[in-house]
Design a protein around this ligand. Structure first.
Ligand code: MG
Length: 393
């Protein structure tokens, strides 16, 4: 029986993790659930799964949560302390890190320091603090298993291989909803256009990042941290069907790829069960159809990223080359600019220039935990000022 703590249980990844866990009650039990403000859903999840620890975003929300519970957990907590209790005090074996932003940085760091098995889906934490956390994991013996589909693909291709024999890793990008848009159409793109994502269903933040392709830029940085690879060894190709999630090209010319239906429950299940594989995988029929074992013809295409219309991948490489706290600035400035676009404060084509300006304005420095948090705040503050200026125009 594997005991699971889920940080961010009401988000897209958290809900899908619970879906996987609920299909395998003989394998998994839930020890802790932590969420931010969606108290009704958190209470519903907790009443079903009866974890010992539940945590909400604030003390007020935790008090409301306690009123909605049909049982008495050992701990009802809130905020950063609640995330910490959920990860390291819940007697879980596996921590699923699926919160947004940097809220769970301390809790994830504690889990890695304690040598736990961490299923890592929190992009901001991995982008901003990935090098730090992966270094920490090497000394503590913690196992960080990526939940993102592309990194799960690379991880699966690299099982049993030496990183020294990797020539290139390739991350695939769906291209997002605007891949076929001309520059002029991008100027006029609306949040509704962006949220009409063709293949993956995911949160609004990820959907905007998919439209700008910044999602793939962030994933380049994540791959560099997770697999300890130089930026030159990481490539991105656009693959509209989202069936092949990643390739590893080895020094001898052989290539391994991982293919699966675009369903996040597959990488989530892999990360939860690693090194085993779950016996009754979801979406097996969809996977079979996708790779041509079904009744229809399946065509897979691959093409290069258009840097002129989608400069975000180049910005991410710049941040990765600059190193230190620059990835944290890229991530937080992008988050603010993406949100401002969703709120109709700025144009779609304003997002990347704001991120680029934030990177240019950020001073170089060390990359300890405090510096990473400070860089995260710098990116946000800079972007908010730039958004305000863009709104005046
Ligand atoms: Mg991904």
């Amino acid at each position: 029986m594997r005991r699971i703590a889920i940080l961010g249980s009401t988000g897209s990844i958290g809900r899908q993790a619970i879906d996987v866990i609920a299909r395998h009650p003989d394998r998994f039990s839930v020890m802790a659930l932590a969420a931010n403000h969606n108290i009704e859903q958190l209470a519903h999840q907790a009443n079903e799964l009866r974890p010992a620890v539940v945590s909400a975003g604030t003390p007020d929300l935790a008090a409301r949560l306690a009123d909605l519970l049909a049982y008495r957990p050992q701990i009802v907590a809130s905020g950063a302390a609640g995330l910490m209790l959920s990860s390291t005090q819940s007697q879980a074996d596996v921590v699923v890190a699926a919160t947004d932003g940097m809220a769970a940085l301390q809790a994830v760091t504690a889990a890695v320091r304690a040598g736990m098995h961490v299923a890592l889906a929190n992009k901001e934490v991995l982008v901003g603090a990935g090098r730090y956390l992966c270094g920490l994991a090497r000394t503590s013996g913690a196992r960080i298993i990526p939940v993102d589909s592309e990194h799960s693909a690379l991880f699966q291709c690299l099982v049993g291989e030496h990183v020294s024999s990797v020539a290139t890793v390739v991350l695939t990008a769906s291209g997002g909803p605007f891949w076929d848009f001309e520059r002029e159409q991008l100027e006029r793109a609306t949040p509704e256009d962006a949220l009409r994502h063709p293949i993956w269903s995911m949160g609004a933040k990820n959907t905007i990042d998919s439209a700008t392709l910044m999602n793939k830029g962030l994933e380049v940085i994540e791959a560099s941290h997770l697999f300890d690879l130089q930026p030159e060894k990481i490539r991105v190709v656009v693959h509209r069907q989202s069936i092949a999630h990643g390739f590893v090209v080895f020094a001898d010319g052989n290539v391994k790829a991982q293919l699966a239906a675009p369903d996040m429950r597959l990488p989530i299940g892999y990360a939860l069960a690693y090194p085993e594989r779950l016996p009754a995988p979801v979406a097996l029929t969809r996977t079979s159809e996708a790779i041509g074992l079904g009744s229809t013809r399946s065509v897979l295409t691959f093409e290069p990223v258009d840097d002129r219309r989608f400069p975000s991948v180049r910005l991410a490489y710049n941040a990765l080359h600059a190193g230190g706290t620059y990835p944290a600035v890229l991530s937080s400035a992008n988050e603010e600019a993406g949100r401002a676009f969703l709120q109709r404060k700025i144009k779609f084509t304003d997002i990347c220039p704001i991120v680029e300006q934030a990177l240019a304005a950020h001073p170089a420095g060390a990359d300890g935990l405090e510096e990473i948090e400070a860089a995260d705040r710098f990116g946000r503050t800079f972007a908010r000022d730039a958004i305000g200026a863009a709104m005046q125009r």
